[in-house]
Design a protein around this ligand. Sequence first.
Ligand code: MD6
Ligand code: FE
Length: 213
Amino acid sequence: MQLPLLADPRVPRALAEGAWLLPGLALDAASQLLVDVAAVAARAPWRHMHTPGGFRMSVAMTNCGAVGWVTDAQGYRYTEVDPATEQAWPAMPASLHDLAVRAAERAGFSGFAPDACLVNQYAVGARMTLHQDKNERDFSAPIVSVSLGLPATFLFGGETRAERPTRVPLEHGDVVVWGGPARLRFHGVLAVADGQHALVGAARINLTFRRAR
Ligand code: MD6
Ligand code: FE
């Protein structure tokens, strides 16, 4: 039975032209996503990469899909081979792929065909400084970002680093889709606060799906 008088808490919220917060869209899939992320990390282990400037990132990363995002002294780029294992990145699990396509569709980007999923693991205190996602070949595809585990504050900036970012609280199961005129906006994540999540423990996991090639 429907309860049409109750407000639906899962209504999409526009963050900017081309950027949508889809609250709770990943909630139903979350436990399967986490099982599949654990299988990815068993084959392509979590690692702290270094920026081209030599800084160790506080976020631990892995990838799945045909290509994966890496950074080291040679720069930021996508590779077909995981430099840590010298094997191909694990294939993108169907649970991840299907959620990303559904989220993109929901935000008005039909036909999204992600070939890369960067998986970020934030321990308490880990953060992501303001950056643009611009290593992809074609900016016409959106990015789909799925938050799992501990909450975080997403920083949503402008087209220049100087523009003061707005703060967007992200919770377990929230999805952000980001494309069109918003595709090159600066963004980041504040240091993750201490806590415990029932499924994830003391960590936040973020999946970002891209069309890299
Ligand atoms: C994170 N996300 O939420 C990092 N990039 O852990 C990103 O860097 C990001 O959420 C592009 C679009 C959406 C994002
Ligand atoms: Fe990003």
